[in-house]
Ligand binder design. Structure first.
Ligand code: PMP
Length: 472
């Protein structure tokens, strides 16, 4: 009734903010890869609640596990021991090679990344964190600092904690000026007015922009890796000589628009960061749990072993949960300090997550992600060759980006109004997809991993039609 009420009032933006679609969709129900709105219209969901519903909406196996646990025990906090947490922690840890064997639970990806930064700083005794241009690592104040895209930073005045209103660090960082957009690598560190605090993080542009259209550069240029590594070395030699706590990267950038790194980029970067005393953190919030098809974890596709892995989203198919997995040595850095999280790893979350892992295995979900993902990538590449405005198709498994451009020669991003038109049209024809990229120019295809080849064909037909409609 409330939904209908909101609709009747035509989504007054003061009471209900709808940002994604011009004409909002009111979802009422879901089953596997399908969603139904309040009017009973069916949609093929290719965005999975932002890459979260890994094994399908209301997946019967997971729902049954949740129902069972709902009747047994919901919550006690980790000050007591309960089997669901122990069992799930062991199950999760078994998916990593040694020495990644210590698990911490949180409720979200942002919390997991906050905890990872804290542990990295405690372990190394250093403060600076390097993240990459185009990255998204969360919405908490600290995780927003890790995130590169200025669109996610808010104009909070510098009086937030730091009383020096002229503090250039705080001012620039929290306002997230355009300098963030130009830097492929950024660090966050304390503001110079309030050393020792970590709310005063700021992003800094160390390097000139290579190129506006970063994703093309990432993909196509064989010398790109050498160039990035050279720039990183320069950064270490000049700006952050020996105080690096951590390097953060998503194995394939998610919100950034399925951006992939050149071969060996992560391997070379991990080596450099470790040489400088920092640890390497893989943010698997989007890429974990079989999403990339070929590997269960995205980092495995890069031949690296992180010191810490953060995860959330697909871990519990939409039930709020996050986790950090690290080594015993790093975990010991907590010393006498306590990590406490009231809801983190509660019995219900653990029971759901455990059932998600079983389902991924039993239903060959990762294999399906590889198969349908490869099919989609191949077919989308044909559309790219057909249409001047599809500049790039990239990704792995069911982590796919379709970058829209004005034309292939300029590679300038297709303007937001045009993106919105195609996006809206796709929805009206019954398919929900996502958007991302630094300029919002990349469509994101990241469905529940149970979709079939027939679903892929339906989407391809709809998308082809939407692009054609726009071109006419
Ligand atoms: N890391 C990555 C790679 C993400 O995509 C996201 C969410 N989009 C986060 C962290 C933050 O997760 P949450 O929204 O659960 O806090």
């Amino acid at each position: 009734d409330r939904l209908l009420d909101i609709r009747k009032h035509n989504c007054n933006p003061m009471t209900f903010k709808v940002t994604y679609y011009k004409k909002p969709v009111f979802i009422n129900q879901g089953y596997m890869q399908w969603l139904w709105d309040v009017d009973g219209r069916r949609y093929l969901d290719l965005f999975a609640g932002v890459v979260t519903v890994s094994v399908g909406h209301c997946n019967p196996k997971v729902t049954e596990a949740a129902e069972k646990q709902l009747r047994r025990l919901w919550h006690t906090t980790a000050i007591y021991v309960y089997p669901q947490m122990q069992e799930y922690a062991e199950k999760l840890a078994s998916l990593f090679p040694d020495p990644l064997k210590v698990v911490y639970f949180t409720n979200s990806g942002s919390e997991a990344n906050d905890l990872a930064v804290l542990m990295a700083r405690l372990h190394t005794g250093n403060f600076d964190v390097i993240t990459l241009r185009g990255s998204y690592h969360g919405g908490s104040p600290q995780a927003t600092g890790l995130t590169s895209n200025a669109d996610y930073k808010y104009p909070i005045p510098s009086s937030m904690g730091c009383h020096n209103t002229m503090c250039p660090d705080v001012f620039r960082g929290l306002w997230g000026g355009s300098h963030c957009r130009d830097s492929p690598v950024q660090t966050i560190r304390e503001c110079s007015c309030s050393p020792g605090t970590n709310t005063h993080t700021y992003t800094q542009s160390f390097m000139r922009a290579y190129h506006r259209r970063l994703s093309f550069l990432y993909k196509g240029h064989c010398q790109a890796n050498d160039m990035y590594i050279k720039e990183l070395k320069e950064m270490f030699a000049t700006t952050v000589p020996n105080r690096i706590a951590a390097f953060f990267a998503e194995p394939i950038q998610g919100v950034g628009g399925a951006v992939q790194f050149p071969k060996n980029y992560l391997k070379d970067t991990y080596r450099l960061v470790r040489e400088k005393g920092g640890i390497c953190i893989a943010d698997e919030v989007q890429t974990g749990f079989g999403r990339t098809g070929s590997h269960f974890w995205g980092f495995q596709g890069h031949n690296v072993l992180p010191d810490m892995v953060t995860m959330a989203k697909g871990i519990a198919n939409g039930f709020p949960m996050g986790a950090v997995v690290t080594t015993a040595e790093i975990a010991r850095s907590f010393g006498k300090g306590v990590h406490f999280n009231t809801f983190g790893g509660n019995p219900l979350a653990c029971a759901v997550a455990s059932s998600v892992l079983d389902t991924i295995k039993e239903d060959r979900v990762q294999e399906n992600s590889a198969e349908v993902g490869t099919y989609l990538l191949t077919e989308l590449a044909k559309l790219r060759d057909k249409y001047e405005i599809i500049g790039d198709v990239r990704g792995k498994g069911l982590q796919i980006g379709v970058e829209m451009v004005k034309d292939k020669a300029s590679r300038d991003p297709l303007p937001p109004e045009a993106i919105a038109e195609i996006f809206e049209d796709t929805k009206d024809m019954g398919v929900l997809i996502g958007k991302g990229g630094l300029y919002g120019q990349t469509f994101r295809i990241k469905p529940p991993m149970c979709i079939t080849k027939d679903d892929a064909d339906f989407f391809l037909a709809v998308f082809n039609q939407a692009v054609q409609n726009y071109m006419e």
